[in-house]
Design a protein around this ligand. Structure first.
Ligand code: GLN
Length: 273
């Protein structure tokens, strides 16, 4: 089948404006979207079968990022598996804030609950003088983060640690985290695509959604964040005040709340006093 016809058929089947259709076709055929126009070719039977299978599963609700095994974040490509949350555009607000803060400084950075590694790897890629450590609680997750570090050509360290059970070793200038922050009872009300496919461990922040902020601020940072060190969290849109209170209680200073491009509270940063 010629590429133009395939594109319009896949669009129709997905009921989509072309973005996902082109993404799928490009992924399977290894043709860029410019190639579709500049160097069109017929797709093979095998390619057609692979595309049809993806379209069918997509129409049943599976997130496209899991079907293709990859996504884009901060202009970089990241592999994702069902062990890791799909990187969200919201999280770019956190990463941009940390990159701006670090600039060219020579600092050590710990990314707690790294998942696919998208936060720490994007920081390492943009701040060449940092030494970034990616931390998560399972080997399967760290394996995905390792592949992503290789894919993006950054030299980072890895630590397997469940911060709810133990305190990681080392001292760091910066702690960054997008921890699980959804209240346990509201997980059932999330979009079907999120709750049926994404790892609940990456979402569940305890009964009030604040479990990981409390643990990091009250138990982890006192031991491993340098005095004067910087902490940056992604938060839920309604958690600004609560997370600021947790930081104030623990004597953090210069506490700031930032919004994402949709005007929701999204990031809290602070300095260890
Ligand atoms: N922003 C994610 C969501 O809405 C939640 C991420 C998290 O819990 N850290 O699904």
């Amino acid at each position: 089948m010629v590429i133009g016809q395939l594109r319009s058929e896949v669009r129709d089947e997905l009921g989509d404006n072309g973005h996902e259709a082109d993404w799928i076709i490009s992924h399977v055929t290894k043709m860029s979207q410019a190639d579709f126009v500049l160097h069109p070719r017929d797709v093979t039977e095998e390619e057609l079968k692979a595309i049809e299978e993806i379209v069918e599963r997509r129409n049943q609700g599976e997130p496209l990022q899991y079907l293709l095994g990859e996504t884009e974040f901060m202009g970089l490509t990241f592999k994702v598996t069902e062990d890791t949350l799909i990187p969200r555009a919201d999280t770019e607000t956190l990463v941009e804030e940390v990159i701006r803060k670090i600039g060219k400084k020579k600092l050590t950075v710990l990314d707690i609950g790294t998942g696919s590694g998208c936060i720490g790897i994007s920081i390492a890629k943009n701040c060449k003088n940092t030494q970034v450590t990616l931390l998560d609680y399972s080997e399967a997750i760290l394996q995905v983060a390792k592949e992503n570090a290789d894919l993006n050509g950054v030299n980072v360290d890895f630590v397997k640690c469940d911060i709810l059970e133990e305190i990681p070793e080392g001292v760091f200038d910066v702690i960054v985290s997008n921890p699980p922050y959804i209240e346990t009872d509201t997980i059932f009300s999330l979009d079907n695509m999120v709750k049926s496919y994404e790892p609940v461990e990456a979402l569940d922040g305890g009964f009030d959604g604040l479990l990981f902020y409390q643990r990091i601020v009250e138990e982890v940072a006192p031991k491993i964040l340098k005095d004067g060190g910087y902490i940056a969290f992604e938060i839920g849109y309604n958690q600004g005040e609560a997370v600021i209170d947790i930081l104030k209680e623990a004597d953090f200073v210069s506490i700031k709340l930032k919004k994402d491009p949709c005007d929701n509270d999204r990031v809290v940063t602070a300095k260890k006093g």
